[in-house]
Design a protein around this ligand. Structure first.
Ligand SMILES: *[C@@H]1O[C@H](CO)[C@@H](O)[C@H](O)[C@H]1NC(C)=O
Ligand SMILES: *[C@@H]1O[C@H](CO)[C@@H](O)[C@H](O)[C@H]1NC(C)=O
Ligand SMILES: *[C@@H]1O[C@H](CO)[C@@H](O)[C@H](O)[C@H]1NC(C)=O
Ligand SMILES: *[C@@H]1O[C@H](CO)[C@@H](O)[C@H](O)[C@H]1NC(C)=O
Ligand SMILES: *[C@@H]1O[C@H](CO)[C@@H](O)[C@H](O)[C@H]1NC(C)=O
Ligand SMILES: *[C@@H]1O[C@H](CO)[C@@H](O)[C@H](O)[C@H]1NC(C)=O
Length: 934
């Protein structure tokens, strides 16, 4: 028995050592649970994702900075699942790369917009679909955005115009439709605001409408402007020529019409111009000044010319390829003698050319005139320039001075003749500017790839390019790229993730003629190549013995843990009755009747708030602290933890949670659960992201509200309160209506919070005298204060004060002045805006006159009538506010009119908030006084 006891103690010791290690984890528990929620439903996660410490134990693809998860580099892992809103639970992320996981599907959650620190987002080549969320515009830090090669539909959100730092914007190869958004005079953003962007890749979508002239201007620094393969109509705007930095322009394969702008000549850096497959007409544009031009394709249009071919065709020094086939070019095709040496091809097929004058020298480039009247003449039809040469590129990187191995197990012989499993995919040029590859061109691509991998110390032995294919329908050019591992015969996950990242994030820079490019990676099925350990004879026995001992220890520890677990379970079952504590407390009455709210253990809440860490605090007041927490499900909650002195008796606490759990309304903050254990009283609420109305009005939260939003907040709060008064059974009087108790959700819907002082209005209580006046100075109904009779009309009074606060953005009592008296003092109904200009919040009367404001103030003043019976009911208030909103021209019942995307977040902006102006800090600590009658 004793011995068993010793063993048990030993095991216990081991167990605690193990525990201690877990506690010493490096990863913030908030991030760990965030990552878990995010990846919960994913399959094919890397096998080393075990334990609770992604940062400390170097999980594949997860990178951290001082215990916070900052990077997810998970490209090409063959992940299957969805990108859930839990992504917002990793708020420190600066880099997210989920590219080339075709099994990641579904829509992009709007919560992605909450990742304020995100700099790079790559979701290329996945299976995502649906709209690109408007909230993407909130990613102010973003410099790199690749959403190409998915199935996104809907329109390009104009909020993208807010990505003021974006350099790389790739939305190509999706099903995006509608117009190209540009900013308008109403201040709505558009793509023209992207003054740091160098890459507009919008090809292969269904964009329609005209190309807006103000899409381009001289402040821009665009290099690649790709709008090919869409449904754009109209002309190319003249403004394009203002962007003198452009190098590649693709407008091919649209429905564009008209003549070319005449001022293209400013585009000194323009190297590739693709205008084919449109309905352009008129003369060929004058490109004489485009000294960098190498490749121009204007085929398949209706260009005409009056009997000569423009001189630039032969005079431009760097020009290699001119494709003018399938147009209406007529007259004589005439090549001057001083054509440039770079020229490789002039394609004039299928025009109406009747003469060909090659000049006196033999020419060193190809001319294609097939399909012109000239080639129908006898004697020339067999000439090579009347044929269309077959172009069938074929290439595969040759062996590097060695003889290829015969490999087994589907390994492949690398260019260095080593058998291995390569990682690969397609390397695709969006604008290939050479017609005929030379050996040196292939070598350039291969060398640039090796240089790039070398620069990042990736374990790459060699690369092979093979299977070149030109996709003529969209005009792309692709290779198969195989990357071979060095040292071992296969990559581990880290290797693949890093190679894929270099390609997905455009860290690899190809030679100019191949640029811009993109890559789509295949999944890699050969992981796991740990070098095999030789185990023979002696060593074998030792290893065997060690393993046996280890196995025994593990079993023993497991047994110990099991025992402890069982014991704890027993304990927990006992504790599971949350009301056990009531039973223990004398006179506590029967257990509470809860609807939908759950019981939390103290430990549970400890875990989900990071041990009530300071960083999780989101508010504090007389009652105690409010913490933000993340439940294991990923749900965000706000936990109100009562301070010692504000703890209530068990009965009061029970009453409160019963009350809270009973009310369910979209304008009331709902209770998720509670904790009543170890002398703690905690309430767990749904988390409301945008803080209090007070913080908005004071400018503290950075959310600025215009007049219509203020009306909607009024309406929401009134509906919530009206529900408490009229639909809750028994009715509930809030008793502490104030701007600090109105919270704003992500759509700026108002939610009434903090029923801490609420009173159930039991019939027996109606009109009864209470013993204690509770509430907040400035909002307190004077009638209640004097008569101690509590009715719903006391809430109406407070609500009237709140309404005045909304129009003036002043605190109810400020520098000794009472808002109700101030308003009544200056009000003159015979004058414009009732003469209230001096007292109204300047920002709501800045531009336009706030419609319905007079009615709103009248209603507020009726609410603060001296006599309760003369005040309207909350239901009346709801109706009247609805009428005002209709008057302003909005539908009071449309929730979506106010989305989180459309509000103005001003952090350190130039809006001056009245509170700030008066150097009066309206921060969270307005005293919530409890007045004891003398
Ligand atoms: C986008 O695609 C989904 C299905 O993939 C479809 O249900 C939806 O209607 C589409 N939306 C638009 C705007 O075309
Ligand atoms: C864009 O940003 C501005 C300024 O921050 C903001 O006012 C506007 O609402 C945002 N627009 C969209 C569509 O996100
Ligand atoms: C270019 O457009 C942006 C956004 O519309 C504007 O801020 C800027 O002043 C314009 N620059 C010029 C030179 O017109
Ligand atoms: C070539 O086409 C232009 C425009 O259609 C026309 O004006 C001109 O007369 C034509 N020239 C010849 C030689 O047919
Ligand atoms: C014009 O378009 C057709 C059909 O897409 C294509 O076969 C032809 O090669 C194009 N012409 C030129 C000169 O590229
Ligand atoms: C993965 O491969 C790289 C390079 O070959 C190596 O440095 C690293 O230690 C490997 N990682 C694991 C977990 O084996």
């Amino acid at each position: 028995m004793d011995q068993q006891y010793m063993v048990f103690l030993l095991l216990l010791l081991l167990f605690f050592l193990f525990q201690v290690q877990l506690v010493a984890a490096e990863t913030s528990s908030q991030d760990f649970s965030g990552l878990q929620s995010l990846t919960q439903s994913w399959t094919n996660k890397p096998p080393n994702w075990v334990g609770t410490d992604p940062c400390g134990s170097n999980w594949d693809g997860i990178r951290c900075t001082s215990s916070r998860i900052t990077q997810l580099k998970l490209a090409s892992l063959n992940l299957v699942g969805q990108l859930s809103s839990a992504i917002q639970l990793l708020p420190e992320l600066d880099t997210v790369d989920l590219s080339y996981n075709t099994g990641l599907t579904g829509t992009i959650p709007k919560e992605i917009g909450n990742l304020e620190k995100l700099k790079s987002l790559a979701l290329a080549g996945c299976g995502f679909f649906g709209p690109i969320p408007d909230s993407i515009g909130s990613l102010k830090q973003l410099t790199f955005l690749a959403l190409n090669s998915n199935r996104f539909n809907g329109s390009i959100p104009r909020s993208m115009g807010n990505l003021s730092n974006v350099n790389w914007l790739d939305l190509a190869d999706n099903q995006l439709e509608g117009p190209i958004p540009v900013s308008d005079d109403q201040g709505q953003p558009g793509l023209d605001l992207l003054l740091k962007a160098q890459h507009f890749h919008f090809g292969v979508n269904k964009l329609s409408g005209q190309i807006p002239p103000n899409l381009f201007n001289s402040s821009m620094i665009l290099k690649h402007v790709l709008f090919d393969n869409n449904k754009l109509v109209g002309t190319i705007p003249h403004t394009l020529s203002l962007v003198t930095t452009v190098e590649v322009v693709r407008f091919d394969r649209n429905g564009l019409t008209g003549e070319m702008p005449s001022n293209f000549n400013n585009l000194e850096k323009l190297s590739e111009l693709y205008l084919s497959h449109n309905e352009f007409n008129g003369p060929l544009p004058d490109l004489t000044g485009l000294n960098s031009l190498t490749y121009v394709d204007m085929s398949n249009n209706s260009f005409t010319s009056s009997d000569y071919i423009p001189s630039w065709v032969t005079s431009l020094e760097s020009l290699t390829t001119v494709i003018l086939g399938d147009n209406q070019l007529n007259g004589t095709f005439n090549i001057s003698n001083d054509y440039s040496n770079s020229l490789q091809l002039i394609n004039m097929q299928n025009n109406v050319i009747t003469e060909y004058e090659p000049g006196s020298q033999t020419i060193s480039f190809d001319v294609i005139l097939a399909g012109n009247p000239f080639c129908l003449e006898n004697g020339v039809s067999q000439k090579s320039f009347c044929q269309v040469p077959e172009v069938n590129p074929s290439y595969s990187t040759p062996q590097n001075n060695c003889s290829p191995q015969t490999c087994s197990n589907s390994q492949i012989s690398s260019p260095n003749c080593k058998c291995a499993y390569p990682y690969g995919g397609s390397l695709i040029s969006r604008a290939l500017s050479i017609t005929n590859f030379n050996t040196s061109d292939y070598k350039d691509i291969e060398q640039s790839l090796m240089d790039s991998f070398g620069l990042h110390s990736l374990p790459v032995d060699s690369v092979r390019l093979s299977d070149p294919v030109k996709n003529s329908s969209i005009n792309n050019f692709q290779f198969t790229l195989s990357v071979f591992p060095s040292q071992t015969d296969r990559f581990n996950r880290t290797g693949v993730l890093l190679i894929a990242f270099v390609l997905s994030n455009q860290i690899y820079k190809p030679p100019e003629f191949f640029s811009p490019y993109f890559f789509t990676g295949s999944s890699y099925g050969y992981y796991g190549g740990e070098p095999k350990k030789s185990s023979s004879g002696h060593t074998g026995i030792i290893i065997g013995a060690v393993l046996a001992v280890l196995a025994f220890l593990v079993l023993a520890v497991l047994a110990g843990m099991y025992a402890i677990h069982q014991k704890r379970r027993a304990q927990r079952t006992k504790e599971k009755n949350p009301f056990a504590n009531w039973e223990q407390t004398k006179n506590s009455g029967i257990a509470p009747q809860l609807k939908g709210a759950r019981w939390f253990s103290f430990d549970e809440l400890l875990r989900c708030t990071n041990n009530f860490a300071k960083a999780n605090t989101i508010g504090s007041g007389g009652y105690g602290q409010v913490y933000q927490g993340v439940l294991p499900s990923g749900e965000l909650v706000a936990i109100k933890r009562a301070a010692n002195e504000s703890r209530q008796g068990a009965v009061e606490f029970k009453t409160e949670i019963e009350l809270l759990s009973r009310v369910h309304h979209k304008n009331l903050v709902s209770l998720v659960g509670f904790c009543f254990e170890k002398d703690e009283q905690m309430l767990v609420y749904e988390y409301i992201p945008n803080g209090t109305l007070m913080d908005s009005l004071s400018g503290k939260s950075g959310i600025w509200m215009d007049w219509i939003r203020r009306l909607k907040v009024t309406l929401g709060a009134a509906k919530g309160l009206s529900y408490l008064h009229e639909l809750a059974n028994p009715p509930i009087i809030h008793r502490d209506i104030k701007s600090g108790n109105i919270l704003l959700d992500s759509h700026l819907n108002a939610k009434v919070a903090d029923f801490g002082l609420s009173k159930l209005l039991l019939d027996s209580d109606r009109g009864h005298v209470t013993t204690q006046v509770k509430g907040t100075m400035g909002y307190l109904d004077p009638e209640y204060y004097m008569t101690l009779q509590l009715t719903e009309k006391s809430d109406v009074y407070s609500f009237g004060v709140l309404m005045l606060e909304l129009v003036t953005a002043r605190r109810p009592i400020e520098q000794g002045k009472y808002i109700v008296r101030e308003v009544m003092g200056v009000m003159d109904t015979s004058k414009d805006l009732y003469n209230l200009h001096s007292i109204l919040d300047p920002t709501i009367i800045k531009d336009t006159k706030p419609k319905g404001l007079e009615k709103f103030v009248e209603l507020a003043l009726r609410c603060v009538n001296e006599y309760g019976h003369e005040r309207p009911s909350m239901a009346d208030v709801v109706k009247e506010v609805e009428n005002i909103i209709e008057l302003v021209g909005f539908n009071p019942n449309s929730e979506s009119a106010t989305t989180s995307e459309s509000y103005n977040v001003e952090k350190g902006g130039d809006v001056i908030h009245p509170y700030v102006k008066e150097d009066f800090h309206y921060s969270g600590s307005v005293p919530s006084v409890k007045l004891e009658p003398q």
